[in-house]
Write a protein that binds this ligand. Structure first.
Ligand code: NAP
Length: 270
């Protein structure tokens, strides 16, 4: 049975992809750690849209989790013709103060797991002569982000990698999209230990992000920045000297870090 695999489907952008694609008749394989949320979402979508929805509750940072996930889809005879690599998280703070284990787990999930799953499913899509891969990057991928250094670097990898393979596999009939949301109203900020989105203006809903992705796919694009404000900021950053961009970002983020929930002293800036 043909199916769409979505990682990080228990909340936020991934959950919205699941809802939208179920409504379009896709069968789904939903992946995340929160089994209760996945089970409830599968039940709801199967009932409402008469599709098959299967979930795999797994920590993708566990040893060989991507291989176990791949085997589970093969054992259930799912032919994954849409893959949405969406699971990911960030962190914010002075790099040296952040938990090293968590930074390394972030690199593993945002980069290694995305590359592994892309590799595992892409060749099956090539054999079929069709397939769609959406890799969820970020508007953070276009410039270094002081105080979110590791996160922005993982997303820079995702953007570069995804745009490259999009071009490689066009002749084989694959659609590969690099999706770059800006600040979006999801559980991302909680998970990153932030009390609010970095940008207050232009925060998007998951629905708007998924809309941008599906429209971009229809138009045959290989990369999309969701939201005109995010597009403008990314465009401005791309034509400005790096030192100017990093200094401006640091100016916005430093006070948030120094007064933020992760700060032991909680000292106010003058
Ligand atoms: N929100 C934003 O402002 C924003 C902006 C740009 C890019 N993005 C990107 O959008 C993607 C989705 O994030 P979101 O904003 O929708 O945040 P979210 O609501 O926190 O969703 C993250 C998803 O990833 C799953 N996940 C996290 N760690 C996992 C692990 N170790 N194993 C398996 N699943 C895991 C979470 O499920 P469980 O906790 O149940 O495992 C959840 O379903 C991420 O790649 C993020 O970097 C977000």
């Amino acid at each position: 049975m043909k199916a769409t695999l979505i990682t990080g489907a228990s909340s936020g952008i991934g959950e919205e992809f699941a809802r939208r694609l179920a409504a379009e008749g896709h069968n789904l394989v939903l992946v995340a750690r929160s089994e209760d949320k996945l089970a409830a979402l599968c039940d709801e979508l199967m009932l409402e849209h008469k599709i098959t929805a299967h979930y795999v509750a797994i920590d993708l940072n566990d040893y060989q989790a991507d291989l176990r996930l791949y085997k589970e889809t093969v054992n259930h005879n799912f032919e994954i013709n849409w893959l949405i690599n969406n699971a990911g998280f960030g962190s914010m703070g002075y790099f040296g103060d952040l938990d090293l284990k968590r930074e390394l787990e972030m690199i593993h999930l945002n980069v290694n797991v995305l590359v592994s799953l892309t590799h595992r499913y892409l060749n099956l899509m090539v054999e079929d002569g069709e397939g769609t891969i959406i890799n969820v990057s970020s508007s953070a991928s276009f410039q270094p982000l002081p105080f979110m250094a590791t996160y922005a670097a993982t997303k820079a990898f995702v953007t570069s990698f995804t745009q490259a393979i999009a071009e490689e596999y066009k002749p084989q009939g694959l659609r590969v999209l690099n999706l770059c949301p800006g600040a979006t109203d999801t559980g991302f900020f909680d998970a990153a230990g932030m009390d609010e989105p970095v940008m207050i203006k232009g925060v998007q809903t998951p629905d708007e992000v998924v809309d941008a992705a599906l429209k971009a796919l229809e138009k045959g694009k290989s990369s999309v920045i969701s939201g005109w404000l995010n597009y403008l900021v990314a465009s401005a950053a791309s034509v400005s000297p790096d030192s100017m961009v990093t200094a401006s970002v640091a100016k916005v983020l430093r006070p948030k870090v120094e007064n933020g929930p992760g700060n032991e002293t909680g000292e106010e800036e003058e």
